[in-house]
Design a protein around this ligand. Sequence first.
Ligand SMILES: *[C@@H]1O[C@H](CO)[C@@H](O)[C@H](O)[C@H]1NC(C)=O
Ligand SMILES: *[C@@H]1O[C@H](CO)[C@@H](O)[C@H](O)[C@H]1NC(C)=O
Ligand SMILES: *[C@@H]1O[C@H](CO)[C@@H](O)[C@H](O)[C@H]1NC(C)=O
Ligand SMILES: *[C@@H]1O[C@H](CO)[C@@H](O)[C@H](O)[C@H]1NC(C)=O
Ligand SMILES: *[C@@H]1O[C@H](CO)[C@@H](O)[C@H](O)[C@H]1NC(C)=O
Ligand SMILES: *[C@@H]1O[C@H](CO)[C@@H](O)[C@H](O)[C@H]1NC(C)=O
Ligand SMILES: *[C@@H]1O[C@H](CO)[C@@H](O)[C@H](O)[C@H]1NC(C)=O
Ligand SMILES: *[C@@H]1O[C@H](CO)[C@@H](O)[C@H](O)[C@H]1NC(C)=O
Ligand SMILES: *[C@@H]1O[C@H](CO)[C@@H](O)[C@H](O)[C@H]1NC(C)=O
Ligand SMILES: *[C@@H]1O[C@H](CO)[C@@H](O)[C@H](O)[C@H]1NC(C)=O
Ligand SMILES: CC(=O)N[C@H]1CO[C@H](CO)[C@@H](O)[C@@H]1O
Length: 410
Amino acid sequence: MMNSYMKQLHLAIIYLILFSIEKCLTLNICPTAIWQNNATTIVDSTNLNSPRDVFIGQNNIMYVIDTGNYCVKRFSPNSTIGTIFINGTNGPLFNQLSYFSAVSGDLNGSIYILDRGNTRVTKWTSDGINGIVVAGGNVTGNAANQLNYPSGIFLDVNTLFIWIADTGNSRIVRWESPSTGIIVCGSNGTDSNQFFKPFGLFVNTSDSNTFYVADTYNHRVQMWLSGANNGTTIAGRTGISGSDLSLLYYPTSILGDTNRNIYILNFGTGSIVKWAIGSTSGVLIVGTLSIGVSSNQLYNPYNFKFDSIGSFIVADTSNNRIQNFSIVCTNITSTTRQTTVINNPTSSSSITSRTSISTSTTHFFSSVKISNSSTIILRTTTERVSSISIDYGPRLLLIIFCSIIILMNN
Ligand SMILES: *[C@@H]1O[C@H](CO)[C@@H](O)[C@H](O)[C@H]1NC(C)=O
Ligand SMILES: *[C@@H]1O[C@H](CO)[C@@H](O)[C@H](O)[C@H]1NC(C)=O
Ligand SMILES: *[C@@H]1O[C@H](CO)[C@@H](O)[C@H](O)[C@H]1NC(C)=O
Ligand SMILES: *[C@@H]1O[C@H](CO)[C@@H](O)[C@H](O)[C@H]1NC(C)=O
Ligand SMILES: *[C@@H]1O[C@H](CO)[C@@H](O)[C@H](O)[C@H]1NC(C)=O
Ligand SMILES: *[C@@H]1O[C@H](CO)[C@@H](O)[C@H](O)[C@H]1NC(C)=O
Ligand SMILES: *[C@@H]1O[C@H](CO)[C@@H](O)[C@H](O)[C@H]1NC(C)=O
Ligand SMILES: *[C@@H]1O[C@H](CO)[C@@H](O)[C@H](O)[C@H]1NC(C)=O
Ligand SMILES: *[C@@H]1O[C@H](CO)[C@@H](O)[C@H](O)[C@H]1NC(C)=O
Ligand SMILES: *[C@@H]1O[C@H](CO)[C@@H](O)[C@H](O)[C@H]1NC(C)=O
Ligand SMILES: CC(=O)N[C@H]1CO[C@H](CO)[C@@H](O)[C@@H]1O
C-alpha cells in the first residue's frame, strides 16, 4: 500500500517539475573549473576585421560578427574558415549593417544583431538575406521607442524579451515587442541608480530576472534586483580603474554561472576575472592584466561567451581573432558513470516548445547538468546518469523516461 502510494507521489512530483521547467540560460560550471592560460585561436586575422562578439547556437555552430567587413560569419565546430551568413554592406537598408556591436540567437536558429549605427536590433532567419526590426529602428534619441548607440544585448529565449544596454542613454531598456521599449532603469551619472555608458548586461532568468550591468565608464558592475530603485555595486569601485584585482578597467561584458559567480571581461586590461557575488575582489581567469598579442593575452576585447562546455570564447577585437580558453573540470569522468542517450525524439510529440530542465535539484535528481543546447544530463539519486536529447517535444520523453526510472526503482 505504502509503496504504491509513494510511487504515485513520485510520479506526480516528477510531472509537476517537468511541466514547470524553463530553458535555463545560466551555464552550470563545475565548481573545480580552471581555464587554460593560453588560448587556441579558433578564427584568425586572415578571416576577420574587428570582430566584436560571438554567439554559439544549436549544434555548436558559432556566429562571429565581423564588424569591419559588415558581415556575419558562421563556423561549424572545428572549422576555421566558415561561411558568410549575412553578406552586408554599411548602410541603413534591411540587408545592411552599420557599426554593429553584439549578437545573440533564439531557439529557432534566428540570429539577432544589435546594430549600433542604425540604432536597432534586427532578427535574421536562416537564409540571412534580410533582417526584420525587432527593437529600435527610430532615429537616435532617448524616448522609450528609441535607442542611442546601444552596445549590449541579452535575449531571453523563453520570452523573446530583448534587454539592451542603451549605452548612449546610460540606461537599461527591455523590448517586449517591436513597437516600443520599456525603460527599466538608469540615467547618466555615478549614483547607485545611474550608469555611465554601460556596455553589457547579464540577466539571471532563473532568479526573477536579477540583472548585472557592466557599467563600463564607472568601472563597476551593478546588480539590480527585479523592481529595485537602486543597484548595488558588486565588483569594482565607482570611477576608479586599475589592474588591481579589487578594481575593474572598462568592463564591457558579463556572464554568470549557476554558482553565483559572475565573469567580467575587462576591455582595459584584456582580462577575464571571476567574482563570487559578495566578495571584495576578483580572481584572474584569463589574461596577464596588460593588453597584448600573445596567446595568453587579449587586445581590446569587447565580448565573450561560454561554449557548450564552459570554455571562454572571446572576441579579441583588436587582435582580429576569436580565442578559446578551454575549461578543465578535474572530476568530469568520475561523475559520468552510465549514460543513456535518447536520440532524435522529433516525431514522438506534438509539443513544439523547446525546454530544458532548470538546475534546481530535487531529491530525485542529485545533479542536473546542461551539456549543450540540446542535451541535459540528469544524475539521479541512484547514481544513474542519463543524457537526454531534448531538442523537440522533450517533455513527453522525459516523463516516460523518468517514469520508467521511478517504476524500476520501486
Ligand atoms: C603560454 O603563452 C606564453 C606567452 O606566449 C608562453 O610564455 C608560455 O610558455 C605558454 N604556456 C604554456 C603552458 O604553453
Ligand atoms: C550534446 O552533447 C551530447 C553528449 O553530451 C552529444 O552526444 C550531442 O551530439 C551534443 N549535441 C549537440 C547538438 O551538440
Ligand atoms: C573537433 O575536434 C575535437 C578534437 O580535435 C574532436 O574530438 C571532435 O570530435 C571534433 N568535432 C567535430 C564536430 O568534428
Ligand atoms: C557578397 O556580396 C558581394 C556584393 O555586395 C558579392 O560580390 C559577393 O560575392 C558576396 N559574397 C558572398 C559570399 O555571397
Ligand atoms: C519558432 O518557430 C515556430 C514555428 O514556426 C513558431 O511558432 C515560434 O513562434 C518560433 N519561435 C521563435 C522563438 O521564433
Ligand atoms: C518609430 O516607432 C514607431 C513605433 O513606436 C513607429 O510607428 C514609427 O514609424 C517609427 N518611426 C520611424 C521614423 O521609423
Ligand atoms: C555622465 O556622467 C559622468 C559621470 O558622472 C560624467 O562624467 C559625464 O560628464 C556625464 N555625461 C553627461 C552627458 O552628462
Ligand atoms: C542565478 O540564479 C540561480 C537561482 O537562484 C542561482 O542558482 C545562480 O547561482 C544565479 N547565478 C547568478 C550569476 O546570479
Ligand atoms: C574550445 O576548446 C575545447 C578544448 O579543445 C573544445 O572542446 C571546444 O569545443 C572548443 N570550443 C569551441 C567553440 O571551439
Ligand atoms: C573531485 O576532485 C576533488 C579535488 O579536485 C577531490 O577532492 C574529489 O575527491 C574528487 N571527487 C571524485 C568523486 O573523484
Ligand atoms: C530606496 C533607496 O535606497 N533609494 C535610494 C536610491 O539611490 C538614490 C540615489 O543614490 C537615493 O537618492 C535613494 O535614496
